[in-house]
Design a protein around this ligand. Structure first.
Ligand code: SF4
Ligand code: SF4
Ligand code: SF4
Length: 333
């Protein structure tokens, strides 16, 4: 049965809330399919292809944020297409001013560099937050390690896996492989053992991967958190806000940031613009009641690692991170 088209259907923001993007061709839409973390089963992929052939022109476009988009679907056939997709559990995404489908790389499941389980978390985040209305679009990305293939610093909230290495001196042979593997000159040999300079370390785990004797190991694994990024016409690099956040605190952290955004943001304002208008300290204060031990402090943000991570001038322009007396002190380094 064909979907009856009413005035409401033709309203662009109404269409976008349902994951339909009006095309320049009249009465024609793109259907954006949901794929948290960019992952699909083969059955869903086949059905997307079938629907694209049946209702569209046999074309599927992969959006830059990992959503398969079925092109050239007549508006009056959307409902049939949606039902056929739903039969295999393929849901439709959303666009517009709301929490978007999170993106993620493969993480530690199969990627040798991966430090955390990004795919699992992308599913959980999508399940809890997807489609929640916001003052503007709200994008989250997860990267399995500081290489940051998902460009998490360009998102409203970005999470990057990171590890704090530890040396087991009794196992170390002094082979120096870890020192050679560290591209950030954070390791040097002293008295036959590698010594790590914390302020230089990007917590990438390359030294752990390369050690053949299990002498370089991980003390803590968690997420570096970045807030307020965006790309587009007015790009904004996100502020680093937390480090080594445990996986179990990622969802509460997102919830707390959304609470602050809801309280302090304005209609049409991205999170980064709200932070710039209200002040990063306001957000940090809000987060400090739950996440104080993981928040960055001015002392942390003054470390030289940030000047290696960001392009010239960005780290130097970070605001003051110190919270007023009475707030719990952030930072753990
Ligand atoms: S961010 Fe790291 S774990 Fe993820 S794909 Fe890139 S290299 Fe692999
Ligand atoms: S974690 Fe990465 S940056 Fe830190 S010492 Fe090891 S290799 Fe170097
Ligand atoms: S690679 Fe392992 S064994 Fe070799 S120096 Fe580093 S920690 Fe020691």
């Amino acid at each position: 049965m064909s979907h009856q088209i009413g005035e409401k259907d033709l309203n662009a923001s109404h269409l976008k809330s349902g994951g339909l993007i009006p095309q320049r061709q009249p009465q024609t839409v793109t259907i954006r399919c949901m794929a948290p973390g960019g992952r699909l089963t083969a059955a869903r992929l086949r059905r997307i292809a079938d629907v694209a052939e049946k209702y569209g022109r046999g074309l599927v476009h992969l959006s830059v944020r990992m959503s398969p988009e079925i092109l050239y679907v007549p508006l009056d056939q959307v409902e049939e297409a949606r039902q056929e997709l739903a039969e295999v559990g393929q849901l439709i995404a959303t666009c517009g001013q709301r929490f978007r489908v999170p993106t993620a790389c493969g993480g530690c499941e199969y990627n040798p560099n991966g430090l955390v389980e990004t795919q699992k978390l992308a599913e959980e985040i999508s399940h809890r937050f997807f489609g929640r209305p916001a003052f503007h679009k709200f994008k989250v990305a997860l990267a399995g390690c500081p290489i940051d293939c998902t460009r998490s610093r360009e998102m409203d909230l970005g999470f990057q896996g990171q590890v704090e290495p530890a040396i087991l001196s009794e196992k170390c042979t002094g082979c120096t492989l870890c020192v050679s593997a560290c591209q950030d000159q954070a390791l040097e040999m002293k008295d036959g053992l590698p010594q790590r300079e914390e302020s230089q370390c990007l917590r990438c785990g390359a030294c752990i991967q390369v050690c053949p004797f299990g002498a370089m190991t991980s003390r803590t694994v968690g997420y570096a958190v970045y807030a307020g990024g965006r790309h587009g016409k007015h790009p904004h690099v996100a502020y680093p806000v937390a480090q080594l956040l445990p996986e179990g605190l990622v969802l509460p952290f997102i919830e707390a940031v959304l609470d602050w955004y809801q309280e302090q943001g304005q209609r049409g304002e991205r999170l980064g613009a709200a932070i710039d208008r209200v002040g990063l300290k306001s957000l940090l204060m809000h987060l400090s009641s739950q996440f104080a031990e993981f928040l960055l402090s001015s002392r942390d943000i003054g470390q030289s690692r940030w000047r290696k991570i960001f392009y010239r001038g960005v780290a130097e322009a970070f605001p003051d991170y110190d919270l007023p007396a009475g707030a719990k002190e952030g930072g753990r380094v």
